[in-house]
Design a protein. Sequence first.
Lengths: 249, 60, 231
Amino acid sequence: MKLPAIVHKFSSPKNFYIMSGKMIPWFMWSFLLSLFVGLYYGLFVAPPDYQQGESYRIMYIHVPAAWMSMFIYMIMAVSAAVGLIWRIKTADLMASVSAPIGAAFTFLALVTGSLWGKPMWGTYWVWDARLTSELILLFLYLGFIALQASIEDPRNAARAGAILLIVGVVNIPIIHYSVEWWSTLHQGATVAKFDKPSMHISMLIPLLVLATSFKLYYVASVLMRARGEILRREQNTRWVKEIVTGESS
Amino acid sequence: MSVSEFFHMGGYAFYVWSSYGLALVVLGWIMISPVFSKKAIIKELKIKYRQQERQHQEDV
Amino acid sequence: MSASTQQPSTTGAFISLIKRDLMLSYRHRNELLNPLLFFVIVVTLFPLGVSPEKQLLQTMAPGVIWVAALLAAMLSLDTLFKSDYEDGTLEQMMLSPHSNAVLVLAKIFSHWLVTGVPIILMAPLLGIFMFLPAEAVSTLMLTLLLGTPILSLVGAIGMALTLGLNRGGMLLSLLVLPLYIPVLIFSANAVDASMAGLEIKGQLYFLEALLVLSITLAPLAAAAALKISVE
C-alpha cells in the first residue's frame, strides 16, 4: 500500500525533528491560552452545582483526563500499527514516547475520581465501571512501558510493543464491556454511581475548552519528548552530530 | 465569587485544590522533564563525539 | 522419485507437532503436577486465611477458584515455549515452510491438554472444599472448559513477547492478567448465577465468543511475537 507523500515528510527522523521544532511553540501557546480560558470559565464563571456544590469542579480535570487516557492509547495503537506495517521509525517513536503521558493522564483520572468521590459519596474508592476500567487501562499502560523498558534493541522493543498495543486495543472494548456488565450486577452493593452533574451549558463549555486544551498539551509534550528521543536514537547520523556540536549549551 | 469563597470552594477546598494541584504537578512534570533530558542527551553526545574524534585521531 | 522428498501437509505438521509435544510432556510428567498442586493449594489458603464457615466459602467460591485457575494457568505458561527456545528447536520451527500461526496453535493445544484439562478435572474436588452445590460444580467445569483454552491462547501471546527476557515472569503477569479479566468476570458470574438458579446462557455465549476470537487471532499475534523474540 503506497502512502501519501506527506507521510514521507514526517517519517524521516531528521524532517520530523525540524518540523516538530517549528510546531511546538504554536501548540504550547494555544494550550496555555485555552487552559486559562477554560479554567477561568470553569472555576469562576460556571455556577455551583445544585446537588454537589463546588466539588463538581473536580470534573474539569477528571473528565478530560479520562478522555485523554483513552485517546492517547488509541493514538499509540495506531502509530504502533503504522510503524509495524510500513516500518516507519517515527511512528514507533510516537507510540513509545506517548506512553508516559497517557499513563499520567490515567493516573490523574483515577486520583481525581477518588478525590471527587470522597466528599460526595463518603469513600475514596468505589468499584464502579468507569474507575475500574481506568484502573485496568493503567495496568495496560504500565505493562507496555515495562515491556519496552526490558527489551534493549529499540527495533525489537518497538515491534514487541506494537503487538502488545494491538492486542490491548482489541481487548479494550471487551474489557470495558465486561466491567460495565459486572458493575450493573453489583450496583446495589456499591455506594453510588459516579456521575457527572446534569450539565448546564455554562458547565459544559469550560469542560469542552479544557478537553481541547489537554489535547493541545498532549501534542506539545509528545513532540518535545520525541525530539529528545530522536537525538538519542539517531545519534550516529551526521545530521544529529551537526546539531549537537552546533548547540551552544 | 469573592476571593475567599474561591479558595474555600464551599467547604470542599481540600478535594478541589488537591485535584488541581496534582494535575499541575503531574502535567507540569511531564512537560518540563523532556527539556532536561534533551539537555542531558546533548551533553552526553557531545562528550561521546569528542571521544570518537580522539579515537579517530589516534587511529590515523 | 522417492516419497521421502514429499513435504508433509500443514495438517500433518500440526498433528505431528502435537504428538511430539505430548510425548515430551509425558517424559517430564512429574513437572505437570506443579501447576495443578498450586491450583489446589491456593484455593486451600482461603478457608485458612479467611474463615472455614460454609456460607462465606460458598459465596466466595466461584471467584476464588477462578482466580486460582488464572494464576495456575499463568504459572504453567513457563513450559509453553521456554524449552524449545533454549535448545533452538523454536528457531527451526519458525523457519519451516508451514504457517507459524498453525504451528503455534499446535503447541498451545498440546500445552492446554496437559495443563488446562487437569485443572478442569480438579474442579469437583475444589467444589467440595468450598461447599459448592452440584449444579454450580458442573457450571464451574463448563466455564473452565471454555475458559482455560482462552487463558492458554492469550497467555501464549504474553509468553512469546517475554520469551527472551531475564525475569520475564513478573512482566508476563503484568501483561497477561489484565487481559484475563473478562474471562474471570463472566466465568465466576456464571457459577454464581447457577448457584442462584438463574440463567447462564448469556455468560456462556460470551465465553464461547471469546474462545473463537482467541483461537483465530491469538496464534497470529503469538507467532509475530515469537519472530521478534527468536531473533
